[in-house]
Design a protein around this ligand. Structure first.
Ligand SMILES: Cc1ncc(C[n+]2csc(CCOP(=O)(O)OP(=O)(O)O)c2C)c(N)n1
Length: 585
């Protein structure tokens, strides 16, 4: 039947066609997904899109983390599309991951027909309900005509303000229905007005506190990376000569080679970075959220410090630690204003005694490791990968000991080159995130540093990589165990290793598994082999490469602040605490 309302400028499209057209309108060039019944109508017109490349993943979790990896390396919104029910629930983990780490993502899910909702229909899941606490916003679209506006708004919400995941759940009848297509000019988002411009009076107040401080620290979080504010941060550090610490999510936001950088604070932070926060009289917290992995016991965190807290999300400010100067705004805008204000108005003190004290602490308690006796040292392996691949490469990590060693020993010189699951701590993040990163940056070298435990959760996405021409390099740091959990068992459970031994010495045989998935598989077991396999991996660019490094299982991540204890009780090795110099600065 012909629709009377359709004109030549408003063509009749099915909801599915409108979805694809809308995605093209917002500039999508890549999406990751896996089809099924409810989303099937959308996959049909996708085949005709000349603009959108769809990468068929092996598991929806892989599609979600790949979308995150793509978003992290491009600064654009990552997109994934899956079917209803189990397809959608498989996406819950990456959605939660994107929420915790503020990654812009739009997840499109098929839903059963609108008349079937609530009937326990085949493959029905209330994915909106399930993901409500872990999405920035979500839509349930039940009519074809509502699809373009939902897509436009979803992309806007995902990317603006504090970035995050947005779910667009579309019923099958909405995809199959039709309506005249017109790209909406306006959006209807009452109440959503992220504040990007900071209040100048607050910035002035921050400048005043900085000018009064004697032991200030720039406490830099992942928001600085998300806001593309590394240049402005460098300018502030240069201008003030205030020491810098970069959280796990912010590694690279300020170059490690700068003498003002004291590394990562927190549970596995450097003594100098933890000490800097504990002994500061002013924290200049930028795009960071005072996570418990950084603060340790809150009531003894940075006890003598006033706090300037700048963040795009007002809900973060004074959530865990009361801010003396709260600044709501895009951290890049905040830094631009702060730099100008400091230049124009403030007479800054000389903090060099404080910086010297921290430099001495860093020299006294450097990061290091004991060489393994019979097996490779995982830290050395990771350091060599970083030295050979260099700071221009992108690095993804899984979750566990290898993640912390990566945070310590990779070359962090550039913002946005480090992908990992900080907030949720998602095992299985590495391989698909590296895949998404390589899709986003096809000309760059992308290394994933994964644990043998993590790798066994999502390695099947290497099949996707092999078939789609995504030549990533994955280092499997094989300590034959769930190492980080084992470390806690060593320290807190009298070395009773309940269910952490993976017995993965040859099962699976990682190089053979890699070959079976269409990758090159390599292995190093001795120190002499390490450089050779890394060089070999670097030389292969037509296929993904998996390199297994067989390392010893008793290597530990040090320093460590035990969970729930004070940062003042940081240990540099078992039962070894640093001595804090009682110094008047
Ligand atoms: C999905 C998921 N399940 C469980 C955990 C708890 N967990 C944290 S680290 C870790 C061990 C990781 O082992 P592996 O990948 O081998 O890395 P390693 O610590 O040995 O470097 C586990 C089980 C988690 N973070 N994520």
């Amino acid at each position: 039947m012909e629709d009377k309302t359709a004109t030549s400028t408003t063509p009749m499209l099915t909801g599915a066609q409108a979805l694809v057209r809308s995605l093209e309108h917002v500039g999508v060039d890549v999406m990751f997904g896996l089809p099924g019944g409810a989303i099937l109508p959308a996959y049909d017109p996708l085949l005709d899109s000349g603009q959108i490349r769809h990468i068929l993943c092996r598991h929806e979790q892989g599609a979600g983390h790949a979308a995150e990896g793509y978003a992290m390396t491009t600064g654009r919104v990552g997109v994934c599309m899956v079917t209803s029910g189990p397809g959608a629930t498989n996406l819950v983990t990456p959605i939660a991951d994107a929420m915790m780490d503020s990654v812009p993502m739009v997840a499109i899910t098929g839903q059963v027909g609108s008349s079937m909702i609530g009937t326990d229909a085949f493959q029905e899941a209330d994915i909106r309900g399930i993901t409500m606490p872990v999405t920035k916003h979500s839509f349930l679209v039940t009519k074809a005509e509502d699809i373009p506006l939902a897509i436009k708004e979803a992309f806007y919400i995902a990317a603006s303000g504090r970035p995050g995941p947005v779910l667009v759940d579309i019923t099958k009848d909405a995809l199959q229905g039709s309506s005249p297509f017109a790209w909406p000019e306006e959006m209807d988002l009452p109440g959503y007005h992220p504040t990007t411009r900071p209040h100048h009076r607050q910035v002035k107040e921050a400048a005043r506190l900085i000018a009064e401080a004697r032991r200030p620290v720039l406490y830099v979080g992942g928001g600085v990376v998300k806001a593309h504010a590394a240049a402005e941060l460098a300018e502030l550090a240069e201008l003030t000569r205030v020491p810098v610490v970069t959280t796990l999510m912010a590694r690279g936001a300020f170059p490690d080679s700068d003498p003002l950088n004291f590394g990562m604070p927190g549970m596995h932070g450097t003594v100098a970075a933890v000490g800097a926060l504990q002994q500061a009289d002013l924290l200049i917290a930028l795009g960071t959220r005072f996570d418990d992995r950084v603060t340790g016991r809150l009531d003894s965190f940075a006890p003598g410090a006033k706090v300037i807290h700048a963040d795009i999300d007002p809900a973060e400010i004074s959530k865990n630690r009361v801010a003396d100067v709260p600044i709501v705004g895009d951290v890049r805008e905040v830094l631009i204003d702060l730099n100008q204000t400091l230049r124009a108005e403030a007479q800054l003190p000389d903090y060099s005694a404080w910086t010297r004290y921290l430099t001495e602490m860093a020299a006294k308690y450097p990061l290091g490791w004991e060489e393994g006796l019979d097996r490779l040292s995982p830290q050395r392996v990771i350091q060599r990968i970083g030295e050979i691949a260099g700071p221009d490469a992108y690095y993804a990590a899984g979750v566990g000991q290898h993640q912390m060693w990566s945070a310590h020993f990779l070359p962090f010189e550039k913002s946005g080159h480090w992908l990992n699951s900080g907030g949720l701590g998602t095992m299985g993040y590495c391989v698909p995130a590296a895949m998404g990163a390589k899709v986003g940056r096809p000309d760059a070298v992308v290394w994933g540093i994964d644990g043998d435990g993590c790798f066994q959760m999502t390695n099947q996405e290497l099949v996707t990589c092999a078939l789609e021409g995504i030549p990533i390099k994955i280092a499997v740091i094989n300590n034959e165990s769930l190492g980080m959990v084992r470390q806690w068992q060593t320290l807190f459970y009298n070395a009773r290793y309940s269910n952490t031994d993976l017995h993965s010495y040859r099962i699976p045989d990682f190089p053979k598994l890699a070959e079976a998935m269409g990758c090159v598989g390599l292995r190093a077991e001795t120190a002499e082999e390490v450089d050779a396999v890394i060089e070999q991996a670097m030389a292969i660019n037509d296929r993904p490469v998996v390199v297994e490094f067989v390392v010893h299982k008793d290597a530990m991540v040090w320093p460590m602040v035990a969970a729930g204890t004070s940062n003042d009780d940081i240990q540099i090795a078992r039962d070894m605490a640093p001595t804090w110099e009682e110094e008047e600065l």
